[in-house]
Design a protein around this ligand. Sequence first.
Ligand SMILES: [Zn+2]
Ligand SMILES: [Zn+2]
Length: 300
Amino acid sequence: MRTPFFVLIAISAIAGAQAPQPDGGGVVRGVLPDRWQISGPQCPPDPHFQVHEYNANLVLLRESGCSNYEKPFLFLVFGTAKVLLLDTGAGRTDVAQVVQRVIAQWLARNGNGTIELVVAHTHAHGDHIAGDAQLKALPSTTVVGLAPEAVQSFFGFKNWPDEVRPFDLGNRIVDVIPIPGHEPSSIAIYDRQTGLLFTGDTLYPGRLYVRDAAAFARSIQRLVDFSRGKIIAHILGNHIEQTRTPYLDYPIGTVHQPDEHTFELGRAHLLELNDALHAMNGTVIRMALRDFTVWPVTSR
Ligand SMILES: [Zn+2]
Ligand SMILES: [Zn+2]
């Protein structure tokens, strides 16, 4: 039987956005570690970041639990003109030195003399901005402000939060998606090159603190809508608080997490979160799911 023309159009519209074959989806691939370095129980005098090259142009940093129990992740995304640093960590660290070293290695490998550093934040909480002052002191560096207005004007938002803005790093565009709810300045970043979706503290294997329930629910729906039909290689948040045992987390403040959950989540987790929020119908309640917990708070 001949396939009717309109069916062909429908199929090609879907095929254009998603991968027709299990061939990697056309994104630049990378590798995540099987396990991250475990902090503690004894802490070295000089705690450090674990630096992991996802691929040649995307580097993940994880802060040691020995410098701060939050153990946040930071991300460096390299374009040809700019490198984007997402977040600056918690507590007192040598983050600017570590970032400078990674950038110097990249420049040497690529035969470049310099690259502009843009420092943005997944959101404005203290465990992701503590290194800002150090980074502001670096040359060729712009540190985006923390208030929602500063984020909006830097990325050129006219219709926050109902707008997605592209940000060009030079032959590499990332999409900036407003996701207020955990915090008013919260953004997600989608890297078209790798298919990675960075979600900050809004979605990660741990306690998803919801401060503004209505905004949070709308933001998760916005992420679902944005990601529909796109290649989502991994969803990467900012922390790991979950264990590998379903429905079980490490208590707040835990440094030593020998059996922590994998860092990466997928779009299925986003759909699961959206489904749970829809079922709560406007009143967000604490609810443990297999890989994360919805956790309403009045201040955080
Ligand atoms: Zn936060
Ligand atoms: Zn955090």
